[in-house]
Ligand binder design. Structure first.
Ligand code: ATP
Length: 304
């Protein structure tokens, strides 16, 4: 059974539609990404699911509960790291954990959580003195303190430097490995590609695609290319390459080859050449990225 089931979710503010029939479901144990540009409706969507915002139409089920009817039960079962969550600067790390634990009827032992997430040595540090990465570590621990089955992480790495972003990604993988289903809201392609099992791409209040990151890239359509130079080999590479599944074309210019294809054809081509003892050099694969997929789906780059 899906952990979260959203069907035909609609919401408008003052007559302006911001969610125009959003549907998706989240399976147990997965990291489910919600990707889209600023203002697409990502936060509104997750806050409707969390029971924090009212919606106008559609149905939402979280662990079989309706957030409109059973808001309290839903809040007990989920962990939320709100976007730009702020705590008072003078609150100590242990006080924040203790405070959040008090919101739940069956919280985790926050002292153990503090150890687990490497916060023990920061227990008396004040929130305002923490680095960006340490704050995110604390926010994740706070999202887990209620012992949730689902955690919502919203724009977790916005404003962090590249190193802190990477360490925060490792934390998200730990959350996933601990068996907690995770909904990750992001407007970063690389983050979604690295962390998510499946992604709903939201644009202007609708889901324009829902697939694995690799599936989205494939859907960007159009052939991909690989290029190589023939180094040595008895066989004619053109014939070998043409027989590989997924290959849609091959061109030869002297010793230079350009092969076009779809799916994972490049791996299959390299394998076929190696099996036939054809040595190639200067191998280049022009992979499509999630960014290409986004442009193909929405007609514009993510950061516009
Ligand atoms: N309380 C509100 N009142 C009026 N309009 C709102 C309100 N909250 C959000 N909006 C509008 O709804 C649209 C969707 O906002 P939302 O925050 O869900 O987008 P988002 O995809 O999460 O973007 P961001 O990444 O910038 O947070 C935006 O145009 C926003 O201005």
């Amino acid at each position: 059974m899906a952990i979260i089931e959203v069907t035909g979710l609609r919401k408008s503010y003052g007559g302006r539609t911001v969610l125009d029939g959003i549907s998706f479901s989240v399976e147990p144990g997965e990291v489910f990404g919600i990707l889209g540009p600023n203002g697409a409706g990502k936060t509104t969507t997750v806050e409707c699911v969390e029971g924090l915002r009212r919606f106008d139409a559609g149905t939402v089920s979280v662990l079989g509960l309706d957030p409109r009817r059973d808001a309290r039960a839903v809040r007990e079962a989920i962990g939320v790291q709100l976007q730009q969550t702020q705590l008072p600067d003078n609150l100590k790390v242990w006080e924040a954990l203790d405070l959040y634990a008090s919101f739940y009827t069956r919280p985790r032992d926050w002292r153990a959580l503090m150890e687990e997430w490497g916060l023990a040595e920061l227990r008396n540090a004040r929130f305002g003195k923490l680095s960006g990465g340490q704050k995110q570590r604390l926010f994740i621990a706070l999202a887990l303190v209620g012992n949730p089955e689902v955690a919502f992480l919203d724009e977790l790495t916005t404003g962090l430097d590249p190193q802190a972003r990477r360490s925060t990604w490792e934390l998200v993988k730990r959350v996933r490995d601990s068996g907690v289903t995770t909904v990750l809201v992001s407007h970063y392609m690389d983050e979604v590609e690295e962390l998510c099992d499946r992604v709903a791409v939201i644009d202007r209040g609708t889901v324009v695609a829902l697939d694995t990151p690799a599936g989205l890239v494939d859907r960007a359509g159009g052939p991909q290319q690989m290029r190589f130079t023939l180094h040595s080999g008895a066989e004619d590479p053109a014939a070998i390459v043409a027989a590989v599944p997924g290959v849609t074309g091959a061109e030869r210019d002297g010793d230079r080859f350009t092969v076009t294809g779809t799916g994972d054809f490049a791996t299959a081509v390299t394998g076929a050449l190696a099996r036939n003892h054809v040595l190639v050099t200067d191998l280049r694969i022009d992979r499509r990225s999630l960014e290409d997929a986004f442009i193909a789906l929405t007609g514009r780059p993510l950061d516009r």
